[in-house]
Design a protein around this ligand. Sequence first.
Ligand code: CTP
Ligand code: MG
Length: 231
Amino acid sequence: MSVVALVPAAGRGERLGAAVPKALVELDGEPLLVHAVRGLWASGCVQHVVVAAPPTQCDVVTAALSSLGAAVTVVPGGAERTESVWLALQAALAAVPDTEVVLVHDAARAFTPPAMIRSVVDAVRAGAPAVIPVLPLADTVKQVDAEGRVLATVDRASLRAVQTPQGFERGVLVRAHRAAAAAALGATDDAGLVERLGEPVLTVPGHTDAMKITTPFDLAVATALLTHRGL
Ligand code: CTP
Ligand code: MG
């Protein structure tokens, strides 16, 4: 049963505001994308990785990943994350026709623990069509209107923050993305597209180290993690 990992890495990283696309921003001398792919490969349960790169940076990305010793294909990404994932998915199925499990993992979650990656794959292998790692929320959450007036306090106990990798039975992810493309729908995560199909989505425990590096603050936190914990 082959497992492929798709790594959308084609975003510009506007909120980070670096001179290069976010996936190529370096931490400890290596691009975030290299850290992320190393973690996927270290999980020991991924046979092939397909990276959706910034379209003008495919050569740079290929060179950056070459030293990892991982089976990697680099494709140009799209204008939206959903499109990047769809392009990577098509390349993955062409490269590994017997793919049964597909992981989708943000390049920006550079320090995701390999054990968490394995737990997602194991849950799909055990029969769940879609699996997402989640964390409980620390802050109280309010629903507000356009003017910023509070409408309601949402019950925090029932809310979860969602991470990646998200894992899917191959056919479910293909159907979800076909339906999204037909309806011109985007989503900030792939499980959201699967939910629209009416398929069940299972949660497994996430990990704080799998934080998404979005802002300069996040980059500082990730740098501190590396320094203090030897990640
Ligand atoms: N992504 C992608 N293709 C896009 C947009 C985003 O592959 N057209 C990827 C990013 O590279 C990132 C992941 O999707 O690894 C999550 O997106 P996000 O954290 O929002 O990254 P960016 O879109 O690069 O950042 P920003 O929204 O601040 O510009
Ligand atoms: Mg974005």
